[in-house]
Design a binder for this molecule. Structure first.
Ligand code: PLP
Length: 412
C-alpha cells in the first residue's frame, strides 16, 4: 500500500525561521487544522483502477469523482494508438512546438478537433489550464475589458490576471448583469468568457442569450467546453450542438483533453487567423514543450472514437437523468444540474464531510466540496456519473447516498 503524502496536523514551532519558513507555515496553517480534525480528503494515492473502480489505502472504491465522462480510459483502440506512437516516436518531446516539437501527431490532433467542433483550425496546449491562461492573456491586454461569469474556472481567472485587462464579472448565468457589464465596458476592446458547463454545479450556460448580447455589443465570445465535450448535444459536440447554434458564432472554442478525452492537454479551436495569432503570441504555448507523442496520439484516437460512436453521449445522458431523478426523489437538492456533474447540497461543511466519510466507508468514493471552492452557503458532495458506471453501480451509489443522507439528517 502506498502511503498518502499528508502533512502533520501541527505547525512546526520555528519563530526564528527564515522568510520562507514563515511563508510556508502561513500558506498551510488552515490546511493543517483541517488535517488535525481528520477532514482532509484530498490527494488519495490511487494504486490501481479498473473501469469505474479505483484502489487506494488498500481498498477498492466505486469512483464518483472521475471526469472520464464516456468511460474511455483504458479503451483498446486508444491504448493501441498510444502504444504505436510510443514505438514510432519514443516518450519525449524535442522541445517547444515552434522549434522542433511539432510532430505529425500534433497537427493531426489539431485538425481532428477542429473538424469535430466545427472550426477551421485548432491549437493544442499541454493542459486545459494552460489553454485558458495563455489564450486569455494573448487575446486581451491593458486597456481592454474581459467580462466573465463569476463561476468561471480558476484557469480563466488566472488568464484575466496575466492579461492585465480590466476584469468585470457578472452574476452566474445572469443575462441582465452581463448586459450591464457590456455597457460598463463601453467602447473598449471586449472579450466575454464563460464555461459551457459549470464544473461545480453541473448547469449549462445560457448560450443563446449570451451570444445575442455579445453580438449586439460587438464582443467576441470564448466558451470553455471542458465539461461539455462528449457530454452535451446529440453527438457530444458540445454546447452549440445542445442549443442548435452555428459553432462559427463562437469565436474562441476552448476545451480540455483530460476529461471525456482520456489524455491530458487543452485546445482552442476557431478561425485559421485566430490559431495563427495564438501560435505566435500565446506564451504558454510558445515557451513550453510540446505534448508527448503518446498523449497526443491518445487524444486523436479518442476523437476518432467519439466520431465513430456518437450514441455514447445519449447513453450517458439517459443514465445520468435516471440517477439524478432518483436523488431528487429522495429529497436531495441537486441545484440546476442537467449534466453528469450532480452535486448533493448539504447543510454545512461538516455535514458534507461526514457524508463523504460515510460514503467512503461503504466503498463509494465522493469528495466533499466546501468554501472557498464553492459559496459558503452551498457546501456539497460532488458526484460525477460516467459511462463506466453500470445501472447497478448507480443504483448502489444512490442507496449509499440515501443511507448517509438519513444518518446525517440531510433527508428524512
Ligand atoms: C472548466 C474547466 N476549465 C479548464 C480546466 C483545466 O483543464 P485541465 O485539467 O485539463 O488542465 C478545468 C479542469 O478541471 C475545468 O473544469
Amino acid at each position: 500500500m502506498v502511503p498518502r503524502r499528508t502533512l502533520p496536523g501541527r505547525l512546526a514551532d520555528r519563530p526564528d525561521g527564515t522568510f520562507l519558513d514563515r511563508r510556508i507555515d502561513a500558506l498551510s496553517v488552515d490546511d493543517r487544522l483541517v488535517i488535525a480534525r481528520d477532514d482532509y480528503f484530498y490527494e488519495p494515492v490511487i494504486e490501481e483502477s479498473k473501469g469505474a473502480w479505483i484502489k487506494f489505502d488498500g481498498r477498492w472504491f466505486l469512483n464518483f469523482a472521475s471526469y472520464s465522462y464516456l468511460g474511455l480510459i483504458g479503451h483498446d483502440y486508444i491504448n493501441h494508438q498510444a502504444q504505436r506512437a510510443l514505438e514510432r516516436h519514443g516518450t519525449g518531446a524535442h522541445g517547444v512546438r515552434l522549434l522542433a516539437g511539432t510532430l505529425h501527431l500534433h497537427r493531426e490532433l489539431e485538425l481532428a478537433i477542429a473538424r469535430f467542433v466545427g472550426a477551421e483550425d485548432a491549437i493544442v496546449y499541454t493542459s486545459g489550464y494552460m489553454a485558458n491562461v495563455a489564450t486569455v492573456a494573448a487575446l486581451v491586454g491593458p486597456g481592454d475589458v474581459v467580462i466573465g461569469d463569476v463561476y468561471n474556472h480558476a484557469s480563466i481567472l488566472d488568464g484575466y490576471r496575466l492579461s492585465g485587462a480590466t476584469v468585470i464579472t457578472y452574476a452566474h448565468n445572469d443575462l441582465a448583469d452581463l448586459e450591464r457589464a457590456l455597457r460598463r465596458a463601453g467602447d473598449a476592446g471586449k472579450l466575454v468568457v464563460t464555461d459551457a458547463v459549470f464544473s461545480m454545479d453541473g448547469d449549462v450556460a445560457d448560450l443563446p442569450g449570451i451570444l445575442e448580447l455579445c453580438e449586439r455589443h460587438d464582443a467576441p465570445l470564448m466558451v470553455d467546453e471542458a465539461h461539455s465535450l462528449g457530454v452535451l448535444g446529440a453527438t457530444g459536440r458540445g454546447i452549440t450542438e445542445h442549443f442548435g447554434i452555428d459553432p462559427a458564432r463562437i469565436a474562441v472554442k476552448m476545451g480540455t483533453l483530460s476529461k471525456t478525452v482520456p489524455s491530458t492537454g487543452g485546445y482552442v479551436a476557431g478561425s485559421s487567423d485566430l490559431i495563427f495569432a495564438l501560435k505566435n503570441n500565446a506564451r504558454g504555448w510558445m515557451f513550453s514543450a510540446a505534448g508527448t507523442p503518446m498523449q497526443v496520439a491518445a487524444a486523436r484516437a479518442a476523437v476518432e472514437v467519439m466520431e465513430a460512436a456518437p450514441h455514447l453521449t445519449g447513453e450517458l445522458r439517459e443514465r445520468t437523468d435516471r440517477y439524478r431523478a432518483q436523488l431528487r426523489g429522495l429529497g436531495f437538492d441537486t441545484l440546476g444540474s442537467v449534466t453528469p456533474v450532480v452535486p448533493i447540497i448539504c447543510a454545512s461543511a461538516g455535514q458534507a464531510q461526514e457524508m463523504a466519510r460515510l460514503c467512503q466507508r461503504e466503498g463509494v468514493f465522493v469528495q466533499p466540496i466546501v468554501y472557498p471552492t464553492v459559496p459558503k452557503a452551498l457546501p456539497r458532495l460532488r458526484t460525477i456519473v460516467n459511462l463506466s458506471h453500470s445501472v447497478d453501480d448507480l443504483d448502489h451509489a444512490v442507496a449509499v447516498f440515501a443511507d448517509a443522507g438519513r444518518r446525517v439528517g440531510l433527508i428524512a
